[in-house]
Write a new protein. Structure first.
Length: 226
């Protein structure tokens, strides 16, 4: 009976702990966006409105907090990318929309993007692919490409490695652009879209599939979509 009461008291506070944990994650993101990717714990605590010592009552250490921030951001990026990929139209329309969505998120959250880039290796070592923003981008694109490959009746095996190359191209270029801003976002979107299409078209042609980049794509049936 005593154990049951103790368990009851403990679980009663679970919603409060989750709310406080989420508030600290959001405060960490706000501090990163305001002060840069190396925002210290003190600034995070100030943003959260709690003493500094309270931050690590909810996280085992800085690495755990960094992982939670990356996971939160990865989910947000995933939602943004899914919205871009939901675009109806030609292959080029879909490519442009997804790249523009990605660049738009980076443009709106430059310091958070820098934070994710700085912590990418640590996140890959300690988290899951779902915790990595770049992996979230790759996952969404791979699923879409596999859906179309199934629809057109070609081997889906190359999809993941093609998308890894595409994401590397887009992400590396985006990182350069963020620091240099040598061209506008619209121009960069157009440039990257052409480059990505060349990669996808080369893969499709090798599989015997020839597509017009400007012709409307058929809808992926529910039986094929993930």
């Amino acid at each position: 009976m005593a154990e049951e009461l103790r368990d009851g008291r403990s679980t009663r506070w679970d919603p409060h702990r989750r709310e406080r944990r989420t508030a600290i994650i959001r405060a960490a993101i706000a501090a990163i966006e305001a002060y840069g990717p190396d925002a210290p714990t003190g600034q995070i605590a100030d943003m959260a409105g709690v003493p500094r010592t309270h931050v690590y009552r909810h996280f085992e250490g800085k690495q755990a907090l960094d992982l939670a921030v990356s996971r939160y951001a990865a989910r947000e990026i995933g939602e943004v990318i899914r919205a871009g990929l939901a675009t109806q139209g030609s292959a080029m329309d879909v490519i442009r929309a997804s790249i523009d969505s990605h660049l738009g998120w980076i443009e709106a959250h430059p310091n958070l993007y820098r934070f994710l880039a700085q912590h990418a290796y640590a996140i890959a070592a300690t988290g899951s692919p779902a915790d990595d923003a770049k992996a979230a981008f790759a996952t969404e694109l791979t699923a879409l490409l596999q859906g179309y490959m199934q629809l057109f009746g070609v081997d889906t095996a190359p999809a993941e490695r093609v998308i890894i190359g595409v994401v590397g191209l887009v992400d590396t270029t985006a990182a350069w652009w963020l620091e240099h801003r040598d061209i506008g976002r619209d121009e960069l979107t157009a440039e990257l879209s052409e480059q990505v299409w060349l990669i996808i078209d080369r893969t499709a042609s090798a599989l015997g599939l020839h597509l017009d980049p400007n012709s409307e794509l058929p809808a992926i049936p529910a039986s094929v979509a993930r």
